[in-house]
Structures are given as structure tokens and as C-alpha cells.
Design a protein around this ligand. Structure first.
Ligand code: NAD
Length: 498
């Protein structure tokens, strides 16, 4: 069986742990590979390699690092079909969705190509007599990225592009469920001219993560995953003196006001709820229908569901693939099993979906729509992370807003309306990090930054874009004076401007 190894110092590296984990093809349920699960010793080897590479890499000129980033961008773009095939094989997302993931990741590489402009410090001439003051931004050292299963290429690109172009060296711990994309990216980075040791991959589980969290040579950790683990990463990492940004889970609400274009809102709800089988942290999982919007909206969504083609990535017409694992499929089905008893109406039921041309053991759940959902029901309170859309009916905008703001998560939200004043008020009121106005999945372009509020992000800085540049660098302020016998004198007073 295929064996997926670590990528350390620009080469495959076998684990010393003797432990491996299974990698499935979610469309067939077949175990297709084994991935090495790192021991602490493996993590130490990756960190030591990254540490050894740091001094040389941070000394490489800005223009050369930029040139290498252009090479990375071009190679990832040239090989996007191969990368997409890896994503489909291990994650299960359909090829169009895999290509979309790569396109959004490429934006981050492109942003990193232009980092030099945003990386400039400030300069103050003559801050005091003969004294100039300036600030410079320097890399942190060895930084780590710990990433989730749902974007095995894009989320690593969110992190490593900015991290390495600013002169850090990087250790990536990807999800053990779909680990091959990370190694493929490592191979492309090497071909692009990234020196060995600058970008490393260790596969693994909690053992690897815990070693990264306590390792004295790791300066910073970027994490994306579920909220309980994000909180753990933030608390443990910061306790160990590291800079940490930890992005967690989500329950994204899409408000539909009575004046909205119902067809546009229904198209958006279906795309945002069921794309990638709902396994997106920016998926819409709750539609909040205000007033008269509810009945026509539920009908319009339901009509569209019959046409969603569920199938394996090998089916060129498939729009929605399987879930990541059998356990996760069963968990999602469990929510549907309990929904009626909780008081929800099952409008569309994805249990027992029949998938043309697919192996019966694939981890599929069909599109599911629940109406009359309320807070307090498990289907509302939990992040299901599957193709299940809940509709909550309310009478007023204020009630809808309260749902968004009372929710423990605060990743994304959206409002559908023709009323610019209402949309502007919502943008002002919503306690979320990312807001869409007639845009259901408001993932920011790469020159803004991505991040939620409340239980969706632990830390101060969002990911990628300007916040990413800040996260991966630290400021040094230099105060300088050049020899001038006329102004040189002993002065025991505290430095002051003169
Ligand atoms: P997860 O939290 O289970 O795993 C994320 C990473 O943490 C993986 O690398 C995993 O190996 C590691 N991990 C898992 N359990 C651990 C433990 N006990 N101790 C230490 N490390 C551990 O998340 P997932 O299931 O891979 O991804 C889905 C989750 O990620 C969802 O909650 C989703 O909302 C969230 N997500 C958030 C964003 C965002 O930007 N906010 C983006 C994508 C995914």
C-alpha cells in the first residue's frame, strides 16, 4: 500500500515512530494509503532542519525571495490539475471545487509576490539633533502551521506564502486525513528554488502537535481547525511563549429580508450550504428567513435541491462529493436522525442518498434541508460540517441579528436584501469577522485578511494579507547617530528630543 512520508530538508523522510494512519478514498470507502504519524523525535528533526536553514534564508535578498515566490506561484498554477486530482482522491471534493480551492490559494501566493511593498518600515530623519529613527520588520524564526482536512492546499498556502517570503522557515503539520497535497507542494517549492529546510512537512496527530506546541525553537504557530482544538492550541502555545493565531469552527447565518430577490437568495443559499458538501468553515449552515421571505424561500431552495448532482470526483457532472470519513458521515446522519424529534421539519433528506456510479461504501450524504429550526436544537447549536441547511424563521431584523450576535461563533455572515440602508446597518451591527452583502461566502481576497470573531478565532491577528505579514514578522526600531564631534558629549539624563 502507498506510504506517505514526511518532507524534511527537501526530501521524503520516513518516520521513527512506527505509527501510521489510514488515508481513505472517501468516494469508495477504500483505504488507499498509510501516512506516517510523527513521533516527537520526527518533529524535532524537522524543527532542527528548519532552524539550520533559517540563518541562510533570512539573509537571502528580498528580490531573490520574491523571484522564488513568483516561481512557486507559476509552478502551482502549472500543476493545478495534478494538485486538484490529489485533493479529489483524498478529500473527495469534486474537481471544480478542488480547482476553486487552488485558485483561492494562488491568490495568496500572488499577494506574497508583492510583499516587499508592504514590508517597508518607517523612517524619521532628525528625530533629535543628528539622530534618525527607523523601523524594520524581521522574520520570527521557525514557524509552524497546523491545518484542517477541508482545504489541504489552500490553508497551507494561506500560511506558508507569507511566512517564507518574509524570511521565516516553516514546518507544516497537515491533516492526517488528506496529507499528500502538503508533500506535493513541498516538491513544487523545492523545484521553485526554495532552499532545503525552509519548508518542511511532518504528518501526524496530537503527538506531533503537542511537540510543536512545546518546542523551544518554534516561534509562532498558525492553526486552522475546530474550535475546541483552536482554543487548546492558543492556550498551550501562548503559555509556552509563542505567538499564536488559531482559527476555529463556525455557524454562519445568512439573513434573507422580505425585500430580497428570492431567486438570487435561493441560488446563494444552495451554493453556500452544499458546496464542498458543507465542509467549509464559511459554509452557510443557517438561513434566517425574516417575515414573509420564509415560505417562498424554502420552496425556492427545495426546488433547486433536486438538481444537485451528488457523486464521486470521477463523475464529470458531479457537483457535490462525499464527506471526509465514515465516522463523520455517521455523525452527520445522526443529526438528521434526531432532527424531527427536536421539532424540525425535514424538507429534504440526504440520508440513504443513491449515488450513480459510486461504490456503495463511499461516505456520501445527500443534500438535506431542515425547516422550523430553533436555538436549543442540536442541529442549530452544533457545527454539523455537512450538507445540512437549517432554516430559522423570525419576524423581524432585530430577532435575526440577535441570532447572529448571540451565537458563540463569529466567522462569517451574510445578508440578502435590496435595501442598502438595512445592509449597511447589518454591516455595522454584526459581531462577525466577515460579512457578505448579497454575497453568501465572503472569504476576503488575499490583500485583506481572513478571520472570525468570538469562538472562531483565538489570537489578535487574522490570517494572510496585511495581518499575515504582521503575524510573521516583528518590528525592530533603530535609533542612529553618526559621529559628529560638535554634538558628542556625556549626558546621564534620559534620552530626550533636543
Ligand atoms: P480538527 O480541529 O479536528 O483538526 C485540525 C488539525 O488539528 C489537524 O491537523 C489535526 O491533526 C489536529 N488535531 C486534531 N485533534 C487534535 C488534538 N486533540 N490535539 C492536537 N491536535 C489535534 O479540524 P478538522 O476536522 O480537520 O477541520 C474541520 C474544522 O476546521 C471545522 O470545525 C471547520 O470549521 C474548521 N475550519 C475553520 C476554518 C477557519 O478559517 N476558521 C477554515 C477551515 C476549517
Amino acid at each position: 500500500m502507498k506510504r506517505i512520508q514526511h518532507w524534511i530538508g527537501g526530501a521524503n523522510a520516513a518516520s521513527t515512530s512506527g505509527r501510521t494512519g489510514p488515508v481513505f478514498d472517501p468516494a469508495t470507502g477504500v483505504r488507499q494509503a498509510e501516512v506516517d504519524l510523527a513521533s516527537g523525535v520526527d518533529v524535532d528533526a524537522a524543527v532542527a532542519t528548519a532552524k539550520a536553514a533559517f540563518a541562510g534564508w533570512r539573509a537571502v535578498s528580498v528580490s531573490r525571495r520574491t523571484e522564488i515566490m513568483f516561481n512557486i506561484r507559476n509552478l502551482v498554477s502549472e500543476h493545478r490539475a495534478e494538485l486538484a486530482a490529489i485533493l479529489t482522491a483524498e478529500h473527495g471534493k469534486v474537481p471544480t471545487d478542488a480547482m476553486g480551492e487552488i485558485a483561492r490559494g494562488l491568490e495568496n501566493l500572488e499577494f506574497a509576490c508583492g510583499f516587499a511593498h508592504q514590508h517597508k518600515g518607517g523612517y524619521t530623519e532628525q528625530a533629535s539633533g543628528g539622530v534618525d529613527v527607523y523601523s524594520i520588520r524581521q522574520p520570527l524564526g521557525v514557524v509552524a502551521g497546523i491545518t484542517p482536512f477541508n482545504f489541504p492546499a489552500m490553508v497551507p498556502m494561506w500560511m506558508f506564502a507569507t511566512a517564507i517570503v518574509t524570511g521565516n522557515t516553516f514546518v507544516l503539520k497537515p491533516s492526517e486525513k488528506d496529507p499528500s497535497a502538503a508533500v506535493f507542494l513541498g516538491e513544487l517549492l523545492k523545484r521553485a528554488g526554495v532552499p532545503d529546510g525552509v519548508f518542511n512537512v511532518v504528518h501526524g496527530d496530537k503527538v506531533a502537535v503537542d511537540r510543536l506546541l512545546e518546542h523551544p525553537d518554534i516561534a509562532a504557530i498558525s492553526f486552522v481547525g475546530s474550535t475546541p482544538i483552536a482554543r487548546y492550541i492558543y492556550e498551550t502555545g501562548t503559555r509556552n511563549g509563542k505567538r499564536v493565531q488559531a482559527l476555529g469552527g463556525a455557524k454562519n447565518h445568512m439573513l434573507v429580508l422580505p425585500d430580497a430577490d428570492i431567486d438570487m437568495a435561493a441560488d446563494a443559499a444552495v451554493s453556500a450550504a452544499y458546496g464542498s458538501a458543507g465542509e467549509r468553515c464559511m459554509a452557510v449552515s443557517v438561513v434566517v428567513a425574516v417575515g414573509d421571505a420564509a415560505d417562498p424561500l424554502v420552496d425556492a431552495i427545495n426546488v433547486r435541491l433536486d438538481k444537485v448532482r451528488v457523486g464521486p470526483g470521477s463523475d464529470p457532472d458531479a457537483e457535490m462529493g462525499p464527506l471526509i470519513t465514515r465516522e463523520h458521515r455517521d455523525k452527520v446522519v445522526g443529526y438528521l436522525d434526531g432532527a424531527r424529534a427536536e421539532g424540525a421539519t425535514i424538507v429534504a433528506d440526504g440520508r440513504g442518498v443513491r449515488v450513480p456510479d459510486a461504490n456503495a461504501d463511499g461516505f456520501f450524504v445527500g443534500v438535506s434541508l431542515l425547516d422550523h429550526v430553533r436555538p436549543g436544537m442540536k442541529v442549530y447549536d452544533d457545527e454539523i460540517f455537512g450538507p445540512v441547511l437549517s432554516v430559522v424563521r423570525v419576524d423581524t431584523y432585530e430577532q435575526a441579528l440577535r441570532l447572529v450576535n448571540d451565537n458563540p461563533y463569529g466567522n462569517g455572515t451574510a445578508i440578502f436584501t435590496r435595501d442598502g440602508g438595512a445592509a449597511r446597518q447589518f454591516q455595522f451591527d454584526a459581531n462577525c469577522g466577515m460579512v457578505g452583502i448579497n454575497v453568501p461566502v465572503p472569504v476576503p481576497v488575499a490583500y485583506y485578511s481572513f478571520g472570525g470573531w468570538k469562538g472562531s478565532l483565538f489570537g489578535d491577528l487574522h490570517m494572510y494579507g496585511p495581518d499575515g505579514l504582521q503575524f510573521y514578522t516583528r518590528t525592530k526600531v533603530v535609533t542612529s547617530r553618526w559621529p559628529d564631534p560638535a554634538t558628542s558629549q556625556v549626558d546621564l539624563g534620559f534620552p530626550q528630543n533636543r
